[in-house]
Write a protein that binds this ligand. Structure first.
Ligand code: SIN
Length: 269
């Protein structure tokens, strides 16, 4: 392998498949920098045939930021910063089968996430990613102007209380701009999602629900999306600041399994 990544864009708006790199090996500063640039440009990047172990997973994740500990899901044994992503015949729910960006409930939501799957159902289990840059750009100038300066609440309590049934534990709840500006690219994106966002501050309940419903429908437009079909040992790394994703659970009772690390971000502005 030479030291230049091969990058194949998958759509006009989002997503690229990357080859000519072995993520099980130590990566040079130049390759790390190319990977960083690729995620800034394509928002989500995909890799095939990368049978990484936990240490290698964390090492690649750290290219993009320090690893954070998930506030709602315990890490795997010996690695508090790796969560298992697993569904099988006994599963009552799966992580992420609705449009969301990871942990927007946090005061400093994560910059990105890196998912490695080793076990894949025969058919199904794709993940869809949607570009929130493209979604923002497609709004009318009047709507962009209206949403700018508004803030919304992102509450993890309803999410994890419903999953775990334990109402005694408290999860993060924070307020962030409805439209945020990416700290690296300077581009604007929509930053509300149907999983964590509960209301727009300063609007009546009816107004808030109306605007959020409009935005949730808008971000589902296939024109903003890329759909990734997993194979064993595939990897996806995405930028949570400008994307949303949806893990399709159409493979029950089959097994889909792997691990995720989450990279630290900053307070959205
Ligand atoms: C998630 O991180 O939301 C899960 C994504 C997936 O399982 O494809």
């Amino acid at each position: 392998m030479n030291n230049k990544l091969q990058i194949k864009a998958l759509t006009q708006n989002i997503g690229a498949e990357i080859s000519n790199v072995d993520l099980t090996e130590e990566l040079s500063a130049d390759i790390r920098s190319q990977l960083f640039d690729a995620i800034m440009e394509y928002q989500v990047i995909f890799f095939r045939d990368q049978p990484i172990n936990h240490e290698q997973h964390k090492e690649v994740g750290r290219i993009f930021g320090d690893l954070i500990i998930h506030p709602g899901v315990a890490g795997i044994e010996g690695h508090e910063d790796i969560v298992a992503i697993h569904a099988d015949k006994d599963s009552k729910y799966v992580a992420g089968d609705n449009w969301h960006t990871d942990l927007s409930c946090n005061a400093e939501p994560p910059m990105g996430s890196m998912l490695y799957l080793h076990t894949i159902p025969d058919i199904g289990g794709d993940t869809l990613f949607s570009s929130m840059y493209a979604a923002y750009d497609a709004l009318s100038p009047r709507m962009q102007e209206y949403l700018s300066g508004l803030e919304a609440e992102h509450d993890a309590n309803h999410v994890y209380h419903a999953i775990f049934g334990d109402y005694s534990k408290t999860y993060p709840c924070n307020v962030h701009p409805v439209i945020r500006t990416h700290p690296v690219t300077g581009k604007k994106s929509i930053y509300v999602n149907s999983s964590y966002t509960t209301r727009i501050m300063g609007l009546s309940k009816t107004e808030s629900e109306g605007i959020l419903t409009m935005l949730y429908n808008h971000v589902k437009d296939p024109n903003f999306q890329v759909r990734f079909t997993w194979q064993p040992d595939s990897i996806a790394i995405w930028d949570n600041r400008c994307t949303q994703h949806f893990a399709v659970w159409d493979y029950f009772p089959q097994t889909r399994s792997g691990y995720r690390v989450t990279m630290a971000g900053e307070k959205p502005e």
